[in-house]
Ligand binder design. Structure first.
Ligand code: ATP
Ligand code: LTN
Length: 324
């Protein structure tokens, strides 16, 4: 069984893009870990109360997906090895390679007022992954470049200091790796998009989901077929429906080809509601029970720490730091 690690930022409510691109591919296998990466969400300005609330709420989503058993979910800042290894990797990473990260380029390049953390962020992500000797990192398309950097750092470290790190692979699904905004289907669906109609939340009631899909931006045509260049809005809805139903994009397009956008969107809404409704019930139940969330996180923290500590000691030993 391949061991996996992945992370999600507590920057807002979990949406369908997070679920389709990442969370649905997370499995509670032995040795796999899933992390609420609170330290990553400090790379952009944040509010402390919101951070506390979102950290618990994000954890509740992971637990509702069954990832907490047995003890696979934890909070990044509660396992100090992440920040410590991140510093060591910061001294191995190069300005040039970090400057090429497209996420940094889109959020920060050329601006003097962004944090140093935003630039260094992929090194913290590399530390997250490398601490657990995992083989796979299930993520959406936007994270591929960061995992390639993680691989480069692991190989650089191993060739200079000895074979301490496992070199991980990204696991990115073919369909649904980049779910697009319902309001602007050239941008990805994103937690930090302030327009609530741009995204479907896993806690949205059925009628809200239906309304968001019925009013999703599409082109002015009538025919339903898969063409991401010419019809990005329709292609996005086809991908969403396909990943959630297990029916291929082509088959769904054939069913609705001449039926008009209204009927197609109604069919997509049925599929999304059928998938999201049971998840919402479980998330809301857990959110009403914060002590259950905290208990699960404590158990996750203990397990993660027990694995991360010896790995960090091996790193320290290899680079010449005195291990107490
Ligand atoms: P933010 O807007 O704060 O950057 P986000 O919505 O991009 O947040 P993250 O916490 O950065 O969410 O990502 C968690 C996981 O979800 C990552 O694996 C990421 O690749 C995936 N993901 C995020 N948005 C999408 C999307 N629109 N389509 C597919 N996968 C996505
Ligand atoms: N950078 C990722 C979140 C993240 C992550 C990780 C994903 C932090 N550490 C380790 C996979 C593995 C993001 O913003 N989506």
């Amino acid at each position: 069984m391949a061991k996996a690690f992945s992370g999600i930022q507590p920057t807002g409510e979990i949406h369908l893009g997070n679920y389709i691109g990442a969370l649905r591919n997370w499995r509670p296998d032995e040795g796999s870990y899933y992390c609420v990466v609170d330290l990553h969400s400090m790379t952009m300005p944040w509010d402390p109360d919101e951070m506390r609330r979102n950290t618990r709420a994000t954890a509740a989503h992971l637990l509702a997906l069954g990832l907490g058993e047995p003890s696979r979910v934890f909070v990044q800042s509660q396992v100090p090895e992440h920040a410590e290894l991140s510093w060591i990797l910061t001294c191995l990473g190069r300005m040039g390679e970090l400057g090429r990260m497209t996420q940094f380029k889109s959020k920060g390049r050329g601006r003097q007022d962004v944090s140093v953390g935003l630039f260094a962020y992929p090194l913290l992500m590399a530390a997250d992954i490398l601490l657990y000797r995992v083989h796979e990192v299930p993520v959406g398309e936007d994270q591929k470049q960061h995992i390639e950097l993680t691989r480069d750092l692991a190989l650089r470290f191993n060739s200079r200091f000895g074979p301490v790190f496992t070199v991980p692979e990204p696991r990115i699904s073919e369909v649904g790796a980049r779910v697009l905004s319902l309001r602007n289907p050239t941008e990805k669906m994103s937690k930090s998009d302030p327009d609530p109609n741009s995204k479907i939340l896993l806690t949205d009631p059925d009628d809200v989901i239906r309304k968001k899909i019925m009013t999703a931006v599409t082109d002015s045509g009538r025919e339903v077929y898969y063409d991401p260049e010419q019809k990005p809005g329709i292609a996005n809805l086809l991908e969403i429906a396909s990943t959630l139903s297990g029916v291929s994009v082509e088959e769904i397009a054939t069913v609705y080809r001449d039926k008009g956008y209204g009927a197609f969107k109604g069919g997509v809404a049925d599929i999304v509601i059928a998938a999201v409704h049971p998840l919402r019930e479980r998330v809301l139940e857990l959110l009403g029970n914060p002590s259950e969330i905290d208990q699960a996180l404590e158990s996750g923290r203990e397990h993660a720490h027990a694995e991360a500590k010896p790995l960090l000691d091996a790193v320290k030993q290899a680079v010449g730091l005195l291990v107490p």
